[in-house]
Design a protein around this ligand. Sequence first.
Ligand SMILES: [Zn+2]
Length: 114
Amino acid sequence: MAKRKRKKGYGRKPDDTIKIANQHIASLLEQAKEAATSNPSLADRYVALARKVAMKFRIRMQPSQRRLFCPHCYRFMLPSKNLRVRVHEHRVIYYCLDCKKFWRRPLGKKRLPG
Ligand SMILES: [Zn+2]
């Protein structure tokens, strides 16, 4: 995604703030992982908060972080619980059982996702 141009000195955040926000996102997702099995709705809440922080500071989450929740409904995903994972024609197909949407990832070149 191309970076949008902004007015000079507007909306720029110091590096430290971004760093702290990144840590905040990581810890929120860590808590989501812990809560996922016992309290899925709490995990969803953590994901929502992590996304809010990311949007506020215009941070892109790491691929490993983005893989934790559904890109459509943003629910925390637990494979076999609310996520179906299938391999089909050199692609991994993820199917969200909550919003009934699916998305694909190519297999091969890089190491296996997830
Ligand atoms: Zn979904």
